[in-house]
Ligand binder design. Sequence first.
Ligand SMILES: Cc1cc2nc3c(=O)[nH]c(=O)nc-3n(C[C@H](O)[C@H](O)[C@H](O)COP(=O)(O)OP(=O)(O)OC[C@H]3O[C@@H](n4cnc5c(N)ncnc54)[C@H](O)[C@@H]3O)c2cc1C
Ligand code: SF4
Length: 617
Amino acid sequence: MAEPVARFLSRLPERTVRVVRLGLRAIEWAPFPWRFSRLSCDARSAYLARMESSRFFVYRDLLLLAKILCMFGWARDERVRSTVGYEARCGVADGEAPPQPGPLGELRPQGDGEECDVAIVGSGAGGAAAAATLAEAGLDVLVLESGPHFDHRSYPEDPLEAIPVLYRDGGMTVAGGRPAIPVPVGRALGGTTVINSGTCFRAPDEVLAEWQERYGVEWAPELEPTFAAAEHELAVTRLDPERMGRNGQLCMEGAEALGASGGPIARNAGACIQCSSCPVGCRLDAKRAMHVSYLPRAAAAGARIRTGVQALRLLREGERVTGIACRGGLPTTAKEEFSRNGRPVRGRPFEVRARAVLLAAGAFGTPELLLRSGIRHPHLGRHLHVHPAAWIGGRYEQEVRGWEGVMQSYYVDEWQPQRILLEATFTPLSFGAQWLPGAGREHSERIRDYDKLGSIGVHLHDHSSGYVGLHPDGSLRLSYKLRDEEVRLLQFGIARAAEVHFAAGAVEVYPNVGPVPVIKRGSLPEFESMRVRADDLRLEAFHPMSTARMGADPKQSVTAPDGSVHGTDGLYVADASLLPSSVGVNPMMTIIACATQVATQLAQRISARAPAPSPGG
Ligand SMILES: Cc1cc2nc3c(=O)[nH]c(=O)nc-3n(C[C@H](O)[C@H](O)[C@H](O)COP(=O)(O)OP(=O)(O)OC[C@H]3O[C@@H](n4cnc5c(N)ncnc54)[C@H](O)[C@@H]3O)c2cc1C
Ligand code: SF4
């Protein structure tokens, strides 16, 4: 088990490895004057159990790190899988084949001298939608993506192989704070949409109205046709409750028994019925992520797409942005990425010239690039919202076999007025088992019951916020501060998820709250009346946004409602960074809609500026 984990760690960026090593050293020396690795097996188990129930969050965080690493290694072991009965498979209803995507064109960068009307950095939800819109408006578009191109023929089956290549920093992007919150983001052609769960929500009307009233984004309440067009492009379909799998059905039964409103989730992979691989790329490409939807559409309209190109900084002449300084020569395809085997690639510098630059490098990548380019604004990198989320497991007496259903399948919006959204989400073994309580033998016994587990994600529509900045060595620095009143909201949300589990027949619930590893039937009122502290919570988050927020007032927002960066000329943003505030629902569709809006306005502006054709030309 240790060898594949060691190989995994050797593929992570140096800075991430340093942090992991520090954590592992701390565990090794924590039982001082003894050393953890020299204790007997029973003494180690007892020590880990003490770490889990410790009043000090640092011990609990260290234990979680150890559990994450161990589960990556353990869950791939055939003996563990066969004991649990876990099978990693994806399937679509009635064997229906997903549509074949069109070609993407030459992905290899062409070196110095590429010129275009609009250079787009990043090919995720925002970048891909903007590329298709601009190219179809007749503009010459160049998309630069730092990750390589993967698809159903090349996603690695083993999560330990997949995570270092499909995620930024090997999935170890963590917002520091109490508690520290892992916020993974994708790094591949198609961005985070390659590894996301395919859930499609439109932004709630109240949120769009707030963007108009409070931030001056006049077009926000008029996005209905843009959402409809995006849903058409991504073949968004509501799940059939009969086929969503037992995990979703239990959530539905629990919610219905409580009279709580909700419904099957709409997804951009309507026909799928069995899953174990959403977070490491859909093995069937049944999910219409950007590399099989908007990007082939952009290529068909003439856009040039380049992978393995990292944008380093913006080229500027005064306020005017004229292009991008890049590093090329990074792996462009899955094959090249695997043959690099984690070794750093130096690459070669080159420059791209453009009439306009549109940043779509995501809520971390976009402020990072702006800061590295010397752009300063008091709100740049601030207001990071993430939708903090808690994984709430419920153990049932009968089999659930959640992996035989769709990963994210049923939502409960009864408590949206309290800013809480529940989503039945069954995480594959490698990504879910670390959230089970216990350490050592107790933990492995709980894993043995993974086939009887149901899980619900609790998502907070956050007003709390964080910060994206740079360390002195230029690397990314993230932090997030959870407000006290939002700790209460999360506790409320966790209790509601527990209530849904119990109403569906669960015998015990795992709330991921440090001092309360398990909630038994009947003890929910006790859980609700206790005072939970921020660092008692074990959270993760998947929706970073708002780090270059848009608004009409240049003093309060980094970007204008047309996506342009205040105080610059020729520079635009079209990704999650743009969203003026937290959306409250999974944000992919909102990002696509906003990026389409920004790109449409930009196309009009550039076309209007184009020199008139010469007579006879
Ligand atoms: C595990 C997981 C599950 C999720 N599930 C859902 C879901 O079901 N539904 C939903 O709505 N949302 C989901 N999300 C969130 C959603 O996928 C993202 O919010 C969305 O993709 C963000 O779009 P974006 O364009 O801002 O950035 P991204 O999609 O992250 O794309 C940014 C791209 O820019 C590239 N890049 C960054 N820096 C540079 C640089 N310097 N040079 C060149 N390229 C660069 C990156 O490699 C990346 O490909 C999920 C997220 C995760 C992590
Ligand atoms: S649940 Fe996800 S990975 Fe599985 S088949 Fe559907 S889209 Fe693909």
